[in-house]
Design a protein around this ligand. Structure first.
Ligand code: G6P
Length: 368
């Protein structure tokens, strides 16, 4: 079927706005609505028995993998390695036999990711992939696939595929936790309910569009560099936010773990550098805020992404705030993807770049 932009100016805008709906499809596939428990088909490996998980991907899919590392380790207590495919395929990684190798790819055709898969095949790993295109080479060469059900993604910069990858990874982390006895049925139900609430929260976040459009125009369009900070699972979100901005607005951007600021990037802070702080109210909030204060003490301009509680505590000190719905810290990375997409999108629109087909980039990289 022909895919068009509907009422949107760009495919990217359309795909950002489709997220509540496609996340609904993920829930329909992976969560039993009556029992509020996960429903996963039978898998050719035992989540309770795998000694280790190795996650490999490229680009935005890789950042979904880094978020998942935090989830698998915290909730399921299973050791996780995560790497970009172009490094992984050549580093002759020593692997524990019987481990689970998990590949994340929108297209299912990325050459480096496929080569990494074949290496893991030679290392006695169970091979599973999280793919959007289920008739793809990576899907075909996997023992098991977890579809992301995002529908066709046309914009080169990945948006809805990323959010669906996160949803599927969250489901897998919860399922692994349950299989290993790291959480009980009540906790599974509670986390599944948090996931079930995501379409509503994502819709609420999309209402921030006009506010973020103004913020992008006032604070970002003229910037030459932007720094993104976060801790815990908000750190990979900082990386993804910076990648989105680079890809489509051509503004140099860097994501950094907030606690590492003092070991380098703090030297860059002055009143021309916008710093986007991703800080949902969680157990690391106070620590992130103290890093934010270090930036402000040096004249830096802060754009704070947080929730009601976080903004009531630290919002006064920021140059601008974006208030997201209150969610459980576990699902926060899924929600915070949306304002980061909108920041990049509106900045690029104001700069007049080719949002859907940025220069030098391809939707899927099938050569090395
Ligand atoms: C390209 C695209 C990115 C994507 C990456 C991985 O660089 O521009 O948006 O994240 O490839 O693609 P995949 O299809 O494997 O997810």
């Amino acid at each position: 079927a022909l895919v068009d932009k509907g009422n949107h100016r760009h495919f990217m805008a359309k795909e950002i706005h489709e997220q509540p709906e496609v996340v609904g499809h993920v829930l329909g596939h992976y969560v039993d609505p009556a029992k509020q428990l996960l429903k996963l088909p039978e898998m050719p490996f035992d989540l309770a028995a795998i000694p280790r998980i190795t996650i490999v991907a490229c680009g935005t899919a890789y950042y979904a993998g880094v978020v998942a590392k935090y989830w698998f380790e915290q909730v399921a207590r299973v050791p996780v390695d995560v790497d970009v495919a172009s490094e992984f395929r050549y580093r002759e990684c020593a692997m524990t036999p019987g481990g689970l190798a998990l590949f994340i790819s929108q297209s299912g055709e990325t050459a480096d990711t496929l080569a990494a898969l074949r290496y893991c095949r030679s290392q006695d790993q169970h091979i599973a992939s999280i793919v959007n295109v289920t008739e793809s080479t990576i899907a075909r060469e996997s023992d098991h696939i977890f579809p992301t059900l995002a529908g066709p993604e046309i914009g080169v910069a990945s948006t809805k595929a990323f959010v669906c990858q996160l949803m599927v990874l969250a489901v897998l982390a919860i399922a692994t936790a349950r299989a290993r006895g790291a959480i009980d049925a009540d906790e599974e139900q509670r986390l599944a309910a948090e996931l079930t609430a995501m379409p509503r929260h994502l819709s609420d976040a999309l209402h921030l569009g006009p506010l973020i459009e103004k913020l992008a125009q006032d604070e970002l369009t003229d910037a030459t560099d932007v720094l993104y900070l976060g801790r815990g699972a908000s750190f990979p979100l900082a990386l993804e936010g910076a990648l989105k901005l680079k890809e489509i607005s051509y503004i140099h951007a860097e994501g950094y773990p907030a606690g590492e600021l003092k070991h380098g990037p703090i030297a860059l802070i002055d009143d021309t550098l916008p710093v986007i702080v991703i800080a949902p109210w969680d157990r690391l909030f106070e620590k992130t805020v103290s890093n934010m204060q270090e930036v402000m003490a040096r004249g830096g301009r802060i754009i704070l992404l947080s929730d009601r509680k976080g903004i009531s505590i630290a919002g006064d000190e920021a140059t601008a705030v974006v208030e997201l719905p209150d969610v459980d810290p576990f699902t926060a990375p899924i929600l915070y993807a949306v304002p980061l997409q909108l920041v990049a999108y509106f900045t690029a629109v104001h700069k007049g770049t080719d949002v859907d087909q940025p220069r030098n980039l391809a939707k899927s990289v099938t050569v090395e």
